[in-house]
Design a binder for this molecule. Sequence first.
Ligand code: PEP
Ligand code: MG
Length: 325
Amino acid sequence: RKEQLQLLASVEAVTRDGYRMRLAGNISSVKDFEQAIKYGAQGVGLFRTEFLYMDRPAFPTEDEQFEVYRQIVEKADGHPVVIRTLDIGGDKQLEYFTIPEEENPVLGYRGIRISLDSKELFKTQLTAILRASVYGQIKILLPMVSSLEELKRAKGFVEEAKRELSDRGLPYSDEVEVGVMIEVPAAAAIADLLAREADFFSIGTNDLVQYVLAVDRMNEKIAHMYNSYHPAVLRMLRQTVSAAKEAGIPVSVCGEMAGDEKALPIWLHLGVDTLSMSPQSLLRVKHRILNSSLKEAEEEGRYCYGLSTSEEIEAELTRYLGKDP
Ligand code: PEP
Ligand code: MG
């Protein structure tokens, strides 16, 4: 079965009735990307750059980062590479950058909040990303955005980094898009406003589910309450995708839910453009897409939106998944 799936690596993910879904990889290193490519990833939907900053004594320099970004974008063979800016804090800490102890780290100093507060740190990363942009198609993704001001300020930093590169006589691409992670309920609620300023959305269901349901994703005691199929989550997803469609910007999903085959009718019903997932999930999801009909899956997704509890929705999607290969 594993060997059979591997045969699908070079096949495009198209439903029986012709809907093409882009499948990209979630990666944390060049090595991860090599694996994702082996499994047929069409580029990178989420490069978690935190790992460049971890297990080392100090921040990586601009050159060190540039080297990694360049290697990845060169390997992408023309496909887009979405680089997420540093998302530390919460459950991810650096030894050399101590965040004062917080009562609620997950609601604390993390992601874009740190970047916007640490001008040099943020600009070093943006500059490294922009320098790599001449080697392929790079997009910048901002984590944990919860307001329009944050997006505007971050875009201001991108422009500043470009000006500095011009002053240094170094090239960058003018086409680098800036997108927003939709992973905080506030961002989903103002998705229409963010869509006017963002070039794309990527939905981070891991955090979105935790924040929408007020269920810590790391707390085992309440793990059973962490349910991606809660109607409240589905409504947030719909609101986000609708706003993106309305504004004409692409929307992808990069949380674990993207790699869950059960969720496919939801994505097809909503009209998501790209699913980005851990390399190990790519072929399984592709197999499912190849055996799906857009028309039937859309109908199933719509049906699920009429159900009222996580249990009903998950049971229905499980039943549907068992229906055909
Ligand atoms: C997410 O929150 O869904 C996500 C993709 O980011 P991370 O898991 O790195 O927080
Ligand atoms: Mg997240």
